[in-house]
Design a protein around this ligand. Sequence first.
Ligand SMILES: Cc1cc2nc3c(=O)[nH]c(=O)nc-3n(C[C@H](O)[C@H](O)[C@H](O)COP(=O)(O)O)c2cc1C
Length: 367
Amino acid sequence: MAKATTLNPLYNRSAHLFRNCEEGPRELDKKERDTIALLESEIQALEDGGASLKRSLFRGFSVSSPLGVASGPAYGSKFLGLYTRLGYGFVTQKTVRDRIWEGNPVPNVLYLKGGDFESGFVTSDAPTLMMTNSFGMTSIDPGEWERDLASFSRTHEEPLIISGVATKAATRSENIEQYVKLGVVSERIGANAYEINVSCPNEMEGHSGELQDDLGFLSEVLLELKDTLTIPILIKIGHREDLSRLALSVGKILDGIGGFVAINTKPAVVRKDDGSYAYGEGRPRAGINMKPLAPFAKDALRQLVRIRKQSGYDFRIFNVGGILTPEDVAERLEMGADAVESAGAAMTDPYLGLETKKYLLEKASGR
Ligand SMILES: Cc1cc2nc3c(=O)[nH]c(=O)nc-3n(C[C@H](O)[C@H](O)[C@H](O)COP(=O)(O)O)c2cc1C
């Protein structure tokens, strides 16, 4: 039977992201350190017995576990570094901009106790398996994140993906330039892949969430990146009932050199018990993730696998959304994902990465 998810958040929800980035994740307590040490020794024993999860997703992008951290839980080397120790095979830097950006006020992360996408969700004070976030893509000063991530990539073997977003500019070409500039910086500081975020439902200027549906814009950005970068290019997308036009036009450009990260959070109204908007009057809706997102993430995966097969384009599929347990990871891999990512559970459950590695190694060694 699947183990219940541990609920003990690593991110300080009552502080701004700038402070979290500076202070890093909370200290692990003795029980957690002991559990982690036990999992590490069990994993070592399985690897000593010949089991391995090592696989190459792209040239220069080999992972020791197919489960990575999605863009979100890790802003800066302190968080990224912790996740590499917690068993994740690769890590993604939460979306950065080419300028400092304060984003939305705290709270930015809330847990939910019930609801649905039609009628809205209701918040819970205690951690649950349902989450919402609303940062507005906060970004620390580019000089600082560049220094910090360059030093992370020099000192860690695990592949680093940097996620970037453009800040709404006066012209289309300026927006394209920003996406390309962030890719160039990512490659220069040692990232193993660059991810363009075109699907954030929380972003304040209200444009990037719609860019996913502007196929002309996407083609221009991706073709320019393809001409400029040597590292793989990923595109982070949200769920749509029909992804075929997007997947065919983007898949053709990224054939052999990149792939999709699917899916981003899905927006809904978020209220407190008293009916008021949980993020304040100006922010009724926010992105929902974890458990309620799972059916949408699986649907996007099914669509992308089918389109890849039919088209013959060789793009990678990183599936994210509603991963709560090692069994969820195994299921998505069996459905055709090349890699799987977690945001909400990675933030909430310190054991998910190592437990997944152990579970998949046991499966690989026929136990
Ligand atoms: C706290 C938090 C912050 C996030 N920030 C970003 C972000 O900056 N860029 C992005 O592309 N996705 C972001 N996401 C979305 C996740 O990458 C992921 O697509 C989504 O949460 C679904 O995964 P999950 O169900 O495992 O949480 C964020 C998610 C969470 C929970």
